[in-house]
Design a protein around this ligand. Structure first.
Ligand SMILES: [Mn+2]
Length: 319
């Protein structure tokens, strides 16, 4: 199968050289993890630039080693990681880009490699989930970190980055009751989206909810919701769930978000039972300062992969 993409020679975690740039996308199933960029920001409603998110995260990934003292995991020893480059998205065409992204993620997921998608704006949440859900006989849950609900049907009359979960939960095997949304709050959560979240009975945990109940209890609640009757769970991580101080490089920064240590604890806990794949979205290097937003994005990926290794979910047992 041909997945149209832009060859991208820079490699994820390049300093440690434990990722391999894979020219032939048909080979990705030989790896435990496949990183691919979805540089699509045409669905952005205000500050653009997330098309450079994959570049930004790849570049800063060179700062990380492969070993985590806290997790007791060395990724290089434990798993193989391929970087497939970027999916060929069309800057002026949202719907066509959705088809490209869905096709790319579908191919990677079907290959058996764990997909790590570098966004891109949050509009990509719909096609990424579509690409995974089509391979499942059962249902898919979604754990969604964000300050914004992203559940309205359209924005500016299009399927923008404020709308992915309306369309994802329209898919037959992606029930809205298995969508849990962590970190919602502030003055940017649009009322049309909140109305849809209420109607479809998604589960919203605000930052204050999580702080009051504690991160452990919040993660347990998220897992209960996402895994209730589902076969797999997708992780969608919008960097703006963190306080604006930590993520200046994003389209809709919002004060009052999570602290890095809070969000990393949540991410580690929700990854433990396994995931179908993950995406990091809304990282916009043109607005970033000293690459710290990209640094957060890569850190979340490393912690998810490390947790999956530690809990025995990676590498895949069947190879
Ligand atoms: Mn957001």
């Amino acid at each position: 199968m041909y997945v149209p993409r832009v060859p991208h020679r820079s490699r994820w975690l390049v300093r440690e050289a434990h990722t391999e740039y894979v020219e032939d996308v048909k080979e990705c199933g030989k790896y435990d993890v496949a990183v691919l960029g979805a540089p699509h920001d045409a669905g952005t409603t205000y500050r653009p630039g997330t098309r450079f998110g994959p570049q930004g995260m790849r570049r800063i990934s060179a700062l990380y080693g492969s070993y985590s003292f806290e997790l007791g995991v060395d990724l290089r020893e434990s798993i193989t990681i391929a970087d497939l480059g970027d999916i060929f998205t069309i800057p002026g065409n949202i719907e066509k880009s959705f088809d490209q992204i869905a096709k790319g993620v579908s191919h990677v997921f079907a290959s058996g490699a764990f997909p790590v998608v570098l966004g891109g704006g949050h509009s990509i949440g719909y096609p990424t989930v579509r690409g995974v859900a089509e391979h499942l006989s059962g249902n898919l849950g979604i754990i969604h970190f964000d300050r914004h609900v992203d559940t309205q049907e359209t924005d500016l009359d299009e399927r923008m980055h404020t709308t992915p979960w309306y369309h994802a939960t329209d898919l037959l095997n992606v029930p809205a009751k298995n969508l849990v949304q962590l970190g919602i709050g502030g003055w940017q959560a649009p009322r049309p989206g909140v109305k849809v979240s209420r109607e479809r009975e998604t589960t919203i945990l605000t930052v204050n909810d999580c702080v009051e109940m504690g991160m452990e209890a919040a993660a347990e609640r998220a897992l209960e919701v996402a895994w209730d009757g589902t076969d797999a769970v997708w992780l969608s991580f919008d960097v703006d769930c963190l306080d604006v101080a930590f993520v200046p490089g994003t389209g809709w920064p919002e004060p009052g978000g999570f602290l890095p240590r809070e969000v990393l604890e949540l991410v580690r806990r929700i990854s433990e039972p396994g995931l179908a794949g993950m995406e990091i979205v809304e990282c916009s290097p043109p607005y970033d300062s000293a690459d710290i937003t990209s640094l957060v994005g890569v850190r979340v990926i490393c912690d998810v992969l490390g947790t999956l290794v530690r809990s025995g979910r990676l590498p895949r047992g069947d190879r």
